[in-house]
Ligand binder design. Structure first.
Ligand code: AMP
Length: 285
């Protein structure tokens, strides 16, 4: 039987969430992550645990069909692989940072400076786009200490919360790119592998949609149903069910969680009461 070969990070930031999303898709991986290769009992998939930075090459060479990697890595490795789905975890930015006491005037500050980074290709592209020249020092880790030890004037590194920059007396001055974990596919998948990938993507989309959405229930006076409904940025029109108390209804709907927090005060102002927000397990449209 044909199996889809998927690469995920062996250890590091993406590992746990990558296994987590497969699990949420109902795919249970048999062996522990000490193994290099594992398979699932209930989906035709082989999971290969690989070093993060090697994954784009394995994809391009067709050793694996698909992978979960950070978009930043694909850009840095300049690989011809296709992003099938953004998965929304491991969000980060590739940013430029300078010592916090520098009075940064704008990108022209970078001209002729020494910049330490583990992402030289992405940095080169940024400098070229901005018609700047700088001396790039490639280091593989702990980039944020480079200014303190006199190795560089500027750093170009991944930032998520910004606390590492802060602890090292640096401040972010430019955002070069935004990244999150992506499901990507290599070239030349067979028709059977494409079919399996489509099934996997269908499940992932159902999981991601559910994560972004909430099931909302609220009690609304009957004469306010239209007003409350107009406030809700809903998928379809809400379900309205009569309550045992005369003149009141229960209104049910599914909305994007972020949008919900924006309208909550208006909903209450329009007479909605007893608002319940319930997580959704899977959502198929
Ligand atoms: P790791 O192998 O654990 O260093 O993971 C590296 C990947 O995690 C990067 O390629 C990014 O896609 C992602 N990531 C998310 N936030 C950060 C961060 N603050 N620093 C480094 N990598 C990050």
């Amino acid at each position: 039987m044909n199996k889809l070969k998927i690469a995920i990070q062996k250890s590091g930031r993406l590992n746990e969430d990558s296994i987590g999303i497969l699990k949420s898709c109902g795919i249970y991986i048999d062996n522990g992550k000490d193994q290099l290769k594992a398979s699932a009992s209930n989906f035709p998939i082989d999971v290969l645990y690989l070093r993060n930075s090697d994954i784009p090459q394995y994809l391009e060479d067709g050793v694996v069909d698909v992978a979960i990697v950070g978009e930043n890595l694909l850009i840095e490795k300049e690989k011809q692989v296709e992003i099938v789905e953004h998965l929304g975890f491991s969000k980060c930015k590739l940013s430029l940072a300078v010592p916090k006491d520098v009075d940064y005037p704008g990108p022209e500050y970078l001209q002729g400076k020494k910049i330490a980074t583990s992402y030289p290709n992405t940095l080169k592209q940024y400098l070229k786009k901005n018609k700047l020249e700088a001396e790039i020092h490639v280091i593989s880790g702990s980039v944020e200490i480079a200014p303190n030890i006199g190795l560089a004037d500027v750093i170009c590194d991944l930032v998520s919360s910004g606390s590492t920059l802060f602890k090292n007396g640096l401040k972010e001055v430019e955002e070069i790119l935004h990244s999150d974990a992506c499901l990507v596919k290599g070239p030349g998948l067979t028709e059977e592998s494409e079919e399996l990938l489509a099934k996997l993507v269908f499940r992932m989309q159902a999981v991601l949609r559910a994560k972004r959405s909430k099931y909302v229930l609220m009690n609304v006076p009957n004469d306010k149903i239209q007003e409350v409904s107009n406030l809700l940025p809903v998928l379809k029109s809400p379900t309205v069910m009569p309550l045992a108390i005369e003149g009141w209804s229960s209104l049910h709907t599914v909305i994007d969680e972020k949008a919900f927090w924006e309208v909550i005060d208006k909903l209450k102002g329009s007479g909605a009461e007893g608002i319940l927000i319930v997580p959704i397990e899977k959502m198929v449209l």
